[in-house]
Write a protein that binds this ligand. Sequence first.
Ligand SMILES: *[C@@H]1O[C@H](CO)[C@@H](O)[C@H](O)[C@H]1NC(C)=O
Ligand SMILES: *[C@@H]1O[C@H](CO)[C@@H](O)[C@H](O)[C@H]1NC(C)=O
Ligand SMILES: *[C@@H]1O[C@H](CO)[C@@H](O)[C@H](O)[C@H]1NC(C)=O
Length: 449
Amino acid sequence: MESTVRRALNLLLLISLSFFHQIPASPPSFPDEALPTKSGYLPVSPATSSAIFYAFYEVQEPFSSLSQTPLVIWLQGGPGCSSMIGNFLELGPWRVNFLKALNDPLVLEPNLGSWNRKFGLLFLDNPIGTGFSIASKPEEIPRGQYTVAKHLFAAITSFLQLDPQFKFRPIYITGESYAGKYVPAIGYYILKKNAQLPVSEQVNLAGVAIGNGLTDPLTQVATHAVNAYFSGLIDEKQKGELEKAQLEAVRLTKSRNWTAATNARNGVLRLLQNMTGLATLYDFTRKVPYQTELVTQFLQNDEVKRALRANQSVFFEECSDVVGDALQEDVMKSVKYMVEFLVKKSKVLLYQGHFDLRDGVVSTEAWMKTMNWDGIEEFLMTERKVWKVSGALAGYVRNRGSLSHVVVLGAGHLVPTDQPLSSQAMIEDWVLERGLFGYQQREDSLSSM
Ligand SMILES: *[C@@H]1O[C@H](CO)[C@@H](O)[C@H](O)[C@H]1NC(C)=O
Ligand SMILES: *[C@@H]1O[C@H](CO)[C@@H](O)[C@H](O)[C@H]1NC(C)=O
Ligand SMILES: *[C@@H]1O[C@H](CO)[C@@H](O)[C@H](O)[C@H]1NC(C)=O
Protein backbone atom coordinates (compact mmCIF):
# COMPACT_ATOMS: atom_id res chain seq x y z
CA MET A 1 0.00 0.00 0.00
CA GLU A 2 1.17 3.43 -0.74
CA SER A 3 1.24 5.54 2.37
CA THR A 4 2.58 7.86 5.00
CA VAL A 5 -0.54 9.61 6.17
CA ARG A 6 -2.15 6.19 6.31
CA ARG A 7 0.55 4.64 8.44
CA ALA A 8 0.12 7.44 10.96
CA LEU A 9 -3.66 7.08 10.94
CA ASN A 10 -3.47 3.33 11.39
CA LEU A 11 -1.00 3.66 14.20
CA LEU A 12 -3.34 6.08 15.93
CA LEU A 13 -6.24 3.70 15.43
CA LEU A 14 -4.20 0.77 16.73
CA ILE A 15 -3.12 2.70 19.79
CA SER A 16 -6.67 3.79 20.54
CA LEU A 17 -8.00 0.26 19.97
CA SER A 18 -5.54 -1.35 22.34
CA PHE A 19 -6.11 1.41 24.85
CA PHE A 20 -9.88 1.15 25.05
CA HIS A 21 -10.42 -2.52 24.35
CA GLN A 22 -8.58 -5.54 25.54
CA ILE A 23 -7.20 -7.59 22.69
CA PRO A 24 -8.48 -11.15 23.24
CA ALA A 25 -5.96 -13.13 25.29
CA SER A 26 -6.19 -16.46 23.43
CA PRO A 27 -3.83 -16.56 20.44
CA PRO A 28 -5.46 -16.53 17.01
CA SER A 29 -5.49 -20.03 15.60
CA PHE A 30 -4.39 -21.04 12.15
CA PRO A 31 -6.70 -23.72 10.70
CA ASP A 32 -4.83 -26.49 8.86
CA GLU A 33 -6.94 -26.01 5.75
CA ALA A 34 -5.79 -22.38 5.62
CA LEU A 35 -2.09 -23.29 5.43
CA PRO A 36 -0.28 -22.27 2.26
CA THR A 37 0.67 -25.14 -0.05
CA LYS A 38 4.25 -23.97 0.30
CA SER A 39 5.86 -21.07 2.13
CA GLY A 40 9.28 -19.95 3.28
CA TYR A 41 12.22 -18.09 1.85
CA LEU A 42 13.69 -17.56 -1.62
CA PRO A 43 17.26 -16.28 -2.08
CA VAL A 44 17.81 -12.97 -3.92
CA SER A 45 21.49 -13.56 -4.67
CA PRO A 46 24.14 -16.21 -3.89
CA ALA A 47 26.26 -13.47 -2.31
CA THR A 48 23.94 -12.75 0.63
CA SER A 49 21.56 -14.36 3.10
CA SER A 50 18.92 -11.73 2.33
CA ALA A 51 15.77 -13.53 1.23
CA ILE A 52 12.23 -12.93 0.02
CA PHE A 53 9.42 -14.52 2.03
CA TYR A 54 6.78 -16.30 -0.06
CA ALA A 55 3.42 -17.95 0.53
CA PHE A 56 2.05 -20.10 -2.29
CA TYR A 57 -1.52 -21.42 -2.63
CA GLU A 58 -2.15 -24.03 -5.31
CA VAL A 59 -5.23 -23.74 -7.52
CA GLN A 60 -8.55 -24.82 -5.91
CA GLU A 61 -10.52 -25.83 -9.01
CA PRO A 62 -8.04 -26.58 -11.81
CA PHE A 63 -9.49 -26.51 -15.34
CA SER A 64 -6.39 -28.06 -16.94
CA SER A 65 -3.34 -30.04 -15.84
CA LEU A 66 -1.32 -28.36 -13.11
CA SER A 67 1.68 -27.94 -15.39
CA GLN A 68 -0.46 -25.68 -17.62
CA THR A 69 -2.41 -23.86 -14.92
CA PRO A 70 -1.47 -20.16 -14.76
CA LEU A 71 0.47 -18.80 -11.79
CA VAL A 72 -0.51 -15.39 -10.48
CA ILE A 73 2.11 -13.48 -8.49
CA TRP A 74 0.99 -10.68 -6.14
CA LEU A 75 3.12 -7.72 -5.02
CA GLN A 76 1.99 -5.19 -2.42
CA GLY A 77 2.81 -1.49 -2.60
CA GLY A 78 4.18 0.94 -0.03
CA PRO A 79 7.00 1.19 -0.80
CA GLY A 80 7.67 -1.34 1.96
CA CYS A 81 4.23 -2.82 2.69
CA SER A 82 3.80 -6.58 3.06
CA SER A 83 2.01 -8.76 0.50
CA MET A 84 0.52 -10.54 3.52
CA ILE A 85 -1.94 -7.60 3.58
CA GLY A 86 -2.97 -8.70 0.10
CA ASN A 87 -3.05 -12.30 1.24
CA PHE A 88 -5.03 -11.94 4.48
CA LEU A 89 -7.17 -8.86 3.76
CA GLU A 90 -7.65 -8.82 -0.01
CA LEU A 91 -7.31 -11.73 -2.46
CA GLY A 92 -5.94 -14.74 -0.56
CA PRO A 93 -8.04 -17.88 0.06
CA TRP A 94 -8.37 -17.10 3.80
CA ARG A 95 -8.80 -13.61 5.19
CA VAL A 96 -9.06 -12.12 8.67
CA ASN A 97 -12.65 -11.43 9.71
CA PHE A 98 -12.35 -7.69 9.16
CA LEU A 99 -16.09 -7.12 9.54
CA LYS A 100 -16.03 -8.54 13.08
CA ALA A 101 -17.31 -6.63 16.11
CA LEU A 102 -14.51 -5.18 18.24
CA ASN A 103 -14.61 -7.82 20.95
CA ASP A 104 -15.04 -10.83 18.66
CA PRO A 105 -11.98 -13.05 18.33
CA LEU A 106 -9.69 -12.54 15.36
CA VAL A 107 -10.00 -15.56 13.03
CA LEU A 108 -9.42 -16.55 9.42
CA GLU A 109 -12.41 -17.05 7.12
CA PRO A 110 -12.55 -18.53 3.62
CA ASN A 111 -12.65 -15.89 0.87
CA LEU A 112 -15.15 -16.68 -1.90
CA GLY A 113 -13.39 -14.15 -4.13
CA SER A 114 -9.94 -15.71 -3.79
CA TRP A 115 -7.67 -15.38 -6.81
CA ASN A 116 -6.52 -19.00 -6.48
CA ARG A 117 -9.84 -20.52 -7.58
CA LYS A 118 -8.54 -21.07 -11.14
CA PHE A 119 -4.85 -20.25 -10.73
CA GLY A 120 -1.90 -20.91 -8.46
CA LEU A 121 -1.31 -17.80 -6.32
CA LEU A 122 2.08 -16.67 -5.06
CA PHE A 123 2.56 -13.80 -2.60
CA LEU A 124 6.05 -12.29 -2.35
CA ASP A 125 7.13 -9.90 0.43
CA ASN A 126 9.05 -7.45 -1.75
CA PRO A 127 11.55 -5.81 -1.56
CA ILE A 128 13.80 -7.43 1.06
CA GLY A 129 13.19 -5.81 4.46
CA THR A 130 9.42 -5.87 3.85
CA GLY A 131 7.00 -8.02 5.90
CA PHE A 132 8.66 -11.37 6.71
CA SER A 133 11.42 -10.90 4.11
CA ILE A 134 14.97 -10.57 5.38
CA ALA A 135 17.50 -7.85 4.58
CA SER A 136 20.73 -9.14 6.09
CA LYS A 137 22.16 -5.60 5.85
CA PRO A 138 20.13 -2.40 5.42
CA GLU A 139 22.47 -1.39 2.55
CA GLU A 140 21.16 -4.35 0.55
CA ILE A 141 17.64 -2.92 0.44
CA PRO A 142 16.97 -1.71 -3.12
CA ARG A 143 17.04 2.03 -3.78
CA GLY A 144 15.56 1.74 -7.25
CA GLN A 145 13.51 -0.47 -9.55
CA TYR A 146 16.45 -2.17 -11.25
CA THR A 147 17.57 -3.83 -8.01
CA VAL A 148 13.96 -4.57 -7.03
CA ALA A 149 13.55 -6.42 -10.34
CA LYS A 150 16.90 -8.23 -10.05
CA HIS A 151 15.96 -9.58 -6.61
CA LEU A 152 12.46 -10.54 -7.74
CA PHE A 153 13.86 -12.35 -10.78
CA ALA A 154 16.17 -14.42 -8.58
CA ALA A 155 13.31 -15.21 -6.18
CA ILE A 156 10.86 -16.14 -8.94
CA THR A 157 13.33 -18.38 -10.77
CA SER A 158 14.20 -20.20 -7.56
CA PHE A 159 10.50 -20.62 -6.79
CA LEU A 160 9.97 -22.17 -10.24
CA GLN A 161 12.68 -24.71 -9.42
CA LEU A 162 10.86 -25.93 -6.32
CA ASP A 163 8.60 -28.18 -8.40
CA PRO A 164 9.07 -29.56 -11.93
CA GLN A 165 5.35 -28.86 -12.53
CA PHE A 166 5.97 -25.09 -12.16
CA LYS A 167 8.41 -24.59 -14.98
CA PHE A 168 6.16 -23.93 -17.96
CA ARG A 169 3.10 -22.51 -16.26
CA PRO A 170 2.08 -19.11 -17.71
CA ILE A 171 2.97 -16.37 -15.23
CA TYR A 172 0.91 -13.26 -14.54
CA ILE A 173 2.47 -10.60 -12.35
CA THR A 174 -0.03 -8.48 -10.45
CA GLY A 175 0.01 -5.91 -7.69
CA GLU A 176 -1.40 -2.73 -6.29
CA SER A 177 -0.46 0.85 -5.53
CA TYR A 178 3.35 1.22 -5.39
CA ALA A 179 3.50 -2.12 -7.19
CA GLY A 180 2.55 0.11 -10.14
CA LYS A 181 6.36 0.48 -10.16
CA TYR A 182 7.38 -3.08 -9.22
CA VAL A 183 5.08 -4.91 -11.65
CA PRO A 184 6.36 -3.12 -14.78
CA ALA A 185 9.93 -3.34 -13.45
CA ILE A 186 9.95 -7.14 -13.02
CA GLY A 187 7.93 -7.66 -16.22
CA TYR A 188 10.40 -5.57 -18.20
CA TYR A 189 13.36 -7.31 -16.56
CA ILE A 190 11.99 -10.75 -17.42
CA LEU A 191 11.43 -9.86 -21.09
CA LYS A 192 14.92 -8.36 -21.41
CA LYS A 193 16.47 -11.32 -19.60
CA ASN A 194 14.52 -13.91 -21.63
CA ALA A 195 16.02 -12.44 -24.81
CA GLN A 196 19.48 -13.51 -23.54
CA LEU A 197 18.51 -16.94 -22.20
CA PRO A 198 17.93 -20.32 -23.84
CA VAL A 199 14.21 -21.20 -23.95
CA SER A 200 14.67 -23.78 -21.20
CA GLU A 201 15.76 -21.04 -18.75
CA GLN A 202 13.24 -18.36 -19.70
CA VAL A 203 10.42 -17.21 -17.43
CA ASN A 204 7.07 -17.77 -19.10
CA LEU A 205 5.63 -14.28 -18.59
CA ALA A 206 2.08 -14.05 -19.95
CA GLY A 207 0.89 -10.67 -18.66
CA VAL A 208 0.95 -7.99 -15.98
CA ALA A 209 -1.87 -6.35 -14.03
CA ILE A 210 -1.77 -3.20 -11.89
CA GLY A 211 -4.50 -2.13 -9.46
CA ASN A 212 -4.71 1.53 -8.38
CA GLY A 213 -1.07 1.99 -9.30
CA LEU A 214 1.56 4.69 -9.12
CA THR A 215 3.37 4.30 -12.44
CA ASP A 216 3.90 7.73 -14.02
CA PRO A 217 3.98 10.06 -10.99
CA LEU A 218 4.66 13.25 -12.97
CA THR A 219 1.31 12.93 -14.74
CA GLN A 220 -0.54 11.43 -11.79
CA VAL A 221 0.41 14.03 -9.18
CA ALA A 222 -1.21 16.72 -11.35
CA THR A 223 -4.67 15.07 -11.28
CA HIS A 224 -5.71 15.27 -7.60
CA ALA A 225 -7.19 18.78 -7.76
CA VAL A 226 -9.52 18.27 -10.74
CA ASN A 227 -10.52 14.82 -9.50
CA ALA A 228 -11.47 16.10 -6.03
CA TYR A 229 -13.08 19.27 -7.41
CA PHE A 230 -15.33 17.48 -9.89
CA SER A 231 -16.20 14.93 -7.20
CA GLY A 232 -17.48 17.87 -5.13
CA LEU A 233 -14.95 17.31 -2.33
CA ILE A 234 -13.12 20.64 -2.56
CA ASP A 235 -14.20 24.08 -3.77
CA GLU A 236 -12.68 26.27 -6.47
CA LYS A 237 -10.40 28.17 -4.10
CA GLN A 238 -9.07 24.91 -2.61
CA LYS A 239 -8.63 23.54 -6.13
CA GLY A 240 -6.40 26.52 -6.91
CA GLU A 241 -4.35 25.96 -3.77
CA LEU A 242 -3.95 22.26 -4.48
CA GLU A 243 -2.97 22.96 -8.09
CA LYS A 244 -0.22 25.28 -6.87
CA ALA A 245 1.17 22.48 -4.67
CA GLN A 246 0.90 20.00 -7.55
CA LEU A 247 2.80 22.33 -9.89
CA GLU A 248 5.63 22.49 -7.37
CA ALA A 249 5.78 18.66 -7.27
CA VAL A 250 5.82 18.63 -11.09
CA ARG A 251 8.55 21.27 -11.23
CA LEU A 252 10.76 19.37 -8.76
CA THR A 253 10.18 16.10 -10.63
CA LYS A 254 11.14 17.70 -13.96
CA SER A 255 14.31 19.09 -12.38
CA ARG A 256 15.07 15.57 -11.07
CA ASN A 257 15.27 16.83 -7.48
CA TRP A 258 13.89 13.46 -6.36
CA THR A 259 13.77 13.81 -2.59
CA ALA A 260 12.19 17.24 -2.72
CA ALA A 261 9.73 15.99 -5.38
CA THR A 262 8.66 13.07 -3.17
CA ASN A 263 8.18 15.44 -0.24
CA ALA A 264 6.16 17.79 -2.44
CA ARG A 265 3.86 14.95 -3.49
CA ASN A 266 3.37 13.96 0.15
CA GLY A 267 2.53 17.62 0.77
CA VAL A 268 -0.14 17.51 -1.96
CA LEU A 269 -1.75 14.44 -0.36
CA ARG A 270 -1.57 15.97 3.12
CA LEU A 271 -3.25 19.10 1.83
CA LEU A 272 -6.01 17.08 0.17
CA GLN A 273 -6.45 15.08 3.38
CA ASN A 274 -6.64 18.27 5.37
CA MET A 275 -9.14 19.95 3.00
CA THR A 276 -11.48 16.96 2.82
CA GLY A 277 -11.18 15.67 6.41
CA LEU A 278 -11.83 12.15 5.10
CA ALA A 279 -11.15 9.00 7.13
CA THR A 280 -8.85 7.90 4.30
CA LEU A 281 -7.89 9.09 0.82
CA TYR A 282 -7.87 5.42 -0.21
CA ASP A 283 -11.68 5.44 -0.31
CA PHE A 284 -13.70 8.63 0.03
CA THR A 285 -16.83 6.68 1.10
CA ARG A 286 -15.23 5.04 4.15
CA LYS A 287 -16.04 6.14 7.69
CA VAL A 288 -12.97 4.28 9.02
CA PRO A 289 -9.72 3.30 7.26
CA TYR A 290 -9.10 -0.23 5.96
CA GLN A 291 -8.56 -2.63 8.89
CA THR A 292 -5.00 -3.59 7.91
CA GLU A 293 -3.93 -3.54 11.57
CA LEU A 294 -5.95 -6.74 12.11
CA VAL A 295 -3.60 -8.54 9.73
CA THR A 296 -0.61 -7.13 11.58
CA GLN A 297 -2.03 -8.25 14.92
CA PHE A 298 -2.61 -11.72 13.48
CA LEU A 299 0.86 -12.07 11.97
CA GLN A 300 2.76 -10.94 15.04
CA ASN A 301 1.61 -14.10 16.80
CA ASP A 302 4.32 -16.79 17.17
CA GLU A 303 2.00 -19.68 16.39
CA VAL A 304 0.89 -17.96 13.18
CA LYS A 305 4.50 -17.25 12.22
CA ARG A 306 5.37 -20.92 12.76
CA ALA A 307 2.40 -22.03 10.66
CA LEU A 308 3.58 -19.78 7.83
CA ARG A 309 7.22 -20.92 8.20
CA ALA A 310 8.25 -17.31 8.72
CA ASN A 311 11.49 -16.60 10.55
CA GLN A 312 10.59 -16.30 14.26
CA SER A 313 13.06 -13.49 14.82
CA VAL A 314 11.41 -11.20 12.26
CA PHE A 315 9.02 -8.74 13.88
CA PHE A 316 6.16 -8.32 11.43
CA GLU A 317 5.23 -4.78 10.44
CA GLU A 318 2.55 -3.92 7.92
CA CYS A 319 4.88 -1.41 6.25
CA SER A 320 8.61 -0.95 6.77
CA ASP A 321 9.81 2.63 7.17
CA VAL A 322 13.37 1.49 6.46
CA VAL A 323 12.30 0.19 3.04
CA GLY A 324 10.14 3.27 2.48
CA ASP A 325 13.14 5.50 3.19
CA ALA A 326 15.47 3.45 0.95
CA LEU A 327 13.11 4.05 -1.98
CA GLN A 328 12.44 7.70 -1.21
CA GLU A 329 14.28 8.92 -4.32
CA ASP A 330 12.44 6.37 -6.44
CA VAL A 331 8.91 7.58 -5.74
CA MET A 332 8.59 10.22 -8.49
CA LYS A 333 10.50 8.28 -11.17
CA SER A 334 8.33 7.02 -14.01
CA VAL A 335 8.20 3.43 -15.26
CA LYS A 336 5.74 4.26 -18.05
CA TYR A 337 8.32 3.27 -20.69
CA MET A 338 8.37 -0.23 -19.20
CA VAL A 339 4.58 -0.54 -19.55
CA GLU A 340 4.95 0.62 -23.18
CA PHE A 341 7.44 -2.21 -23.73
CA LEU A 342 5.19 -4.75 -21.98
CA VAL A 343 2.07 -3.82 -23.93
CA LYS A 344 3.97 -4.55 -27.17
CA LYS A 345 5.36 -7.92 -26.06
CA SER A 346 2.84 -9.19 -23.54
CA LYS A 347 -0.54 -8.11 -22.17
CA VAL A 348 -1.40 -5.43 -19.65
CA LEU A 349 -4.40 -4.86 -17.38
CA LEU A 350 -4.87 -1.58 -15.50
CA TYR A 351 -7.76 -1.61 -13.02
CA GLN A 352 -8.89 0.87 -10.39
CA GLY A 353 -11.38 0.96 -7.58
CA HIS A 354 -13.59 3.97 -8.26
CA PHE A 355 -13.53 5.56 -4.76
CA ASP A 356 -9.74 6.00 -4.53
CA LEU A 357 -8.45 9.59 -4.33
CA ARG A 358 -4.76 8.63 -4.44
CA ASP A 359 -4.22 6.44 -7.51
CA GLY A 360 -7.69 6.17 -8.98
CA VAL A 361 -9.35 6.16 -12.39
CA VAL A 362 -8.64 9.76 -13.41
CA SER A 363 -5.04 9.45 -12.26
CA THR A 364 -4.47 6.30 -14.34
CA GLU A 365 -6.33 7.41 -17.47
CA ALA A 366 -4.22 10.59 -17.50
CA TRP A 367 -0.96 8.71 -18.15
CA MET A 368 -2.48 5.76 -19.99
CA LYS A 369 -3.65 7.97 -22.85
CA THR A 370 -0.12 9.41 -23.26
CA MET A 371 1.38 5.97 -23.83
CA ASN A 372 3.87 5.74 -26.67
CA TRP A 373 2.32 2.66 -28.31
CA ASP A 374 0.85 2.47 -31.79
CA GLY A 375 -2.28 0.73 -30.48
CA ILE A 376 -3.23 3.57 -28.15
CA GLU A 377 -5.45 5.50 -30.58
CA GLU A 378 -7.50 2.45 -31.40
CA PHE A 379 -7.68 1.65 -27.73
CA LEU A 380 -9.03 5.11 -26.93
CA MET A 381 -11.59 4.86 -29.74
CA THR A 382 -12.82 1.49 -28.47
CA GLU A 383 -16.11 1.62 -26.60
CA ARG A 384 -15.97 1.40 -22.81
CA LYS A 385 -18.43 -1.40 -22.03
CA VAL A 386 -20.76 -1.82 -19.07
CA TRP A 387 -19.45 -4.79 -17.09
CA LYS A 388 -21.72 -7.11 -15.11
CA VAL A 389 -20.89 -9.91 -12.70
CA SER A 390 -23.69 -12.42 -12.01
CA GLY A 391 -26.15 -10.01 -13.59
CA ALA A 392 -25.23 -7.03 -11.39
CA LEU A 393 -23.39 -3.90 -12.46
CA ALA A 394 -19.72 -4.32 -11.51
CA GLY A 395 -18.02 -1.54 -13.46
CA TYR A 396 -16.65 -0.73 -16.91
CA VAL A 397 -14.23 -2.51 -19.20
CA ARG A 398 -12.31 -1.21 -22.16
CA ASN A 399 -10.31 -3.82 -23.97
CA ARG A 400 -8.37 -3.61 -27.20
CA GLY A 401 -5.49 -5.76 -28.33
CA SER A 402 -3.07 -6.32 -25.48
CA LEU A 403 -4.35 -3.49 -23.24
CA SER A 404 -7.32 -3.69 -20.86
CA HIS A 405 -8.71 -1.08 -18.50
CA VAL A 406 -11.26 -1.81 -15.78
CA VAL A 407 -13.12 0.56 -13.45
CA VAL A 408 -14.39 -1.36 -10.42
CA LEU A 409 -17.47 0.22 -8.86
CA GLY A 410 -18.09 0.08 -5.12
CA ALA A 411 -14.37 -0.25 -4.40
CA GLY A 412 -11.56 1.95 -3.12
CA HIS A 413 -7.79 1.41 -3.29
CA LEU A 414 -7.99 -2.22 -2.06
CA VAL A 415 -10.27 -3.57 -4.79
CA PRO A 416 -10.37 -7.26 -3.71
CA THR A 417 -11.24 -6.28 -0.12
CA ASP A 418 -14.21 -4.20 -1.23
CA GLN A 419 -15.39 -6.27 -4.20
CA PRO A 420 -13.99 -9.81 -3.85
CA LEU A 421 -16.29 -11.42 -6.42
CA SER A 422 -15.87 -8.67 -9.03
CA SER A 423 -12.11 -8.77 -8.56
CA GLN A 424 -12.09 -12.55 -9.01
CA ALA A 425 -14.28 -12.37 -12.12
CA MET A 426 -11.99 -9.68 -13.52
CA ILE A 427 -8.71 -11.54 -13.01
CA GLU A 428 -10.13 -14.87 -14.24
CA ASP A 429 -11.74 -13.38 -17.36
CA TRP A 430 -8.68 -11.30 -18.18
CA VAL A 431 -6.26 -14.24 -17.81
CA LEU A 432 -8.54 -16.68 -19.64
CA GLU A 433 -9.68 -14.10 -22.23
CA ARG A 434 -13.35 -14.69 -21.58
CA GLY A 435 -16.40 -12.41 -21.50
CA LEU A 436 -15.54 -8.77 -22.17
CA PHE A 437 -11.86 -9.79 -22.30
CA GLY A 438 -12.40 -12.47 -24.94
CA TYR A 439 -11.13 -12.71 -28.49
CA GLN A 440 -14.73 -13.30 -29.53
CA GLN A 441 -15.55 -9.94 -28.02
CA ARG A 442 -12.77 -8.31 -29.98
CA GLU A 443 -13.97 -9.89 -33.23
CA ASP A 444 -17.54 -8.81 -32.49
CA SER A 445 -16.49 -5.25 -31.95
CA LEU A 446 -14.38 -5.36 -35.14
CA SER A 447 -17.24 -6.65 -37.28
CA SER A 448 -19.66 -4.08 -35.90
CA MET A 449 -17.37 -1.19 -36.87
C1 LIG B 1 15.82 20.53 -4.28
O1 LIG B 1 14.68 21.24 -3.88
C2 LIG B 1 14.77 21.79 -2.56
C3 LIG B 1 13.40 22.35 -2.20
O2 LIG B 1 12.92 23.23 -3.18
C4 LIG B 1 15.87 22.85 -2.54
O3 LIG B 1 15.99 23.37 -1.24
C5 LIG B 1 17.18 22.17 -2.96
O4 LIG B 1 18.20 23.16 -3.05
C6 LIG B 1 17.03 21.49 -4.30
N1 LIG B 1 18.23 20.72 -4.58
C7 LIG B 1 18.87 20.81 -5.73
C8 LIG B 1 20.08 19.95 -5.88
O5 LIG B 1 18.49 21.53 -6.64
C1 LIG C 1 -6.03 21.47 8.48
O1 LIG C 1 -4.90 22.22 8.82
C2 LIG C 1 -5.16 23.34 9.64
C3 LIG C 1 -3.89 24.17 9.78
O2 LIG C 1 -2.80 23.38 10.15
C4 LIG C 1 -5.69 22.86 10.97
O3 LIG C 1 -6.02 23.94 11.81
C5 LIG C 1 -6.95 22.04 10.71
O4 LIG C 1 -7.43 21.49 11.92
C6 LIG C 1 -6.70 20.92 9.72
N1 LIG C 1 -7.95 20.26 9.39
C7 LIG C 1 -8.09 18.96 9.36
C8 LIG C 1 -9.46 18.44 8.99
O5 LIG C 1 -7.16 18.17 9.54
C1 LIG D 1 16.17 -15.46 10.84
O1 LIG D 1 16.55 -14.14 10.51
C2 LIG D 1 17.73 -13.69 11.13
C3 LIG D 1 17.98 -12.26 10.69
O2 LIG D 1 16.83 -11.49 10.83
C4 LIG D 1 18.90 -14.58 10.73
O3 LIG D 1 20.04 -14.18 11.44
C5 LIG D 1 18.56 -16.04 11.03
O4 LIG D 1 19.59 -16.85 10.52
C6 LIG D 1 17.26 -16.42 10.41
N1 LIG D 1 16.90 -17.77 10.80
C7 LIG D 1 16.62 -18.72 9.92
C8 LIG D 1 16.22 -20.05 10.49
O5 LIG D 1 16.64 -18.51 8.71
